[in-house]
Design a protein around this ligand. Structure first.
Ligand SMILES: C[S@@+](CC[C@H](N)C(=O)[O-])C[C@H]1O[C@@H](n2cnc3c(N)ncnc32)[C@H](O)[C@@H]1O
Length: 243
């Protein structure tokens, strides 16, 4: 478990790597360089992860790496036995590739892999983690269908007490995303998933609790052995529309 040393308000060093937080609407333009990574999070996100320092997160799966800063951050802060990540984009991130290569006994990165590609997810979770995870960080599509598909498969693979973090669930409430010509206008809000999770928590038994905060939802796996989730559809027996 390594400590963070702040160099300025947006940049810190950990384990000999510099990480700069560059959170820009539409995507950071800052590319990672060797041991000089870009992370698309603000400091308040970071604090929410640091609250868990010391927790037993030996097997970490990240969805959505962008320039790789979060991958290095998770690896350095939690010092897992195994960390793997999936990323939809196929364009390599050389600085991250070099990091993964250096730590290849325990680190893997799969480009061109979508979080809703369940057969591939199953393969990766089995092959890299022996089928069981301690922490999943989903900072990938932020779309309801894809996020739910990844969650439905990966959440039951958490060990009892494991944690699943879904970042940026609240985008659909913000002004820019309300526009009909916004590129995400046709996608359903992740707020729908928050309601699905509440339903699951009430009826399904696999969820111990969930913490919803402005930037993320943290879902804690219960001690029960539920292998499937989202089996019910009990919104008072009524049809409902997704927002
Ligand atoms: C917000 S960025 C991730 C930022 C990174 N976790 C960080 O904190 O620096 C979202 C990333 O998810 C990837 N992505 C989008 N849809 C995805 C999907 N369906 N499956 C996996 N990755 C996806 C994007 O290509 C992008 O790199």
């Amino acid at each position: 478990m390594r400590d963070i040393e702040w160099l300025d308000n947006a940049t810190f060093e950990i384990g000999g790597h510099k990480i700069t937080m560059n959170y820009e609407y539409g995507g950071s333009k800052r590319k990672s360089a060797p041991s000089d990574f870009t992370m698309m999070k603000s400091r308040s996100f970071l604090d929410q992860y640091l609250q868990h320092k010391g927790e037993d997160f030996r097997r970490i799966l990240e969805m959505g790496v962008y320039q790789g800063g979060s991958f290095v951050f998770l690896d350095q802060v939690f010092n897992p036995d195994r960390i793997s990540a999936i990323e939809l984009a196929v364009e390599p991130i050389p600085a991250l590739d070099a990091y993964v290569e250096k730590h290849k006994a325990r680190a893997s990165l799969y480009y061109g892999t979508s979080q809703d590609d369940v057969p591939r997810l199953a393969q990766i979770i089995d092959q890299d983690f022996g089928g069981e995870l301690d922490l999943v960080v989903d900072d990938a599509s932020h779309f309801y269908d894809q996020t739910k598909a990844g969650f439905a498969y990966a959440f039951p693979r958490l060990r009892p007490g494991g944690l699943y973090i879904i970042e940026d669930w609240s985008w659909s409430f913000f002004e820019d995303y309300q526009r009909e010509d916004h590129p995400w206008a046709a996608h359903h809000s992740l707020a729908n998933l928050a309601v699905d999770l509440m339903e699951e928590m009430a009826l399904g038994g696999a969820i111990e609790d969930m913490i919803v905060s402005p930037h993320m939802i943290k879902v804690r796996r219960s001690q029960q052995k539920a292998s499937e989730i989202f089996k019910t559809n009990a919104r008072r027996g009524r049809n409902y529309q997704l927002i």
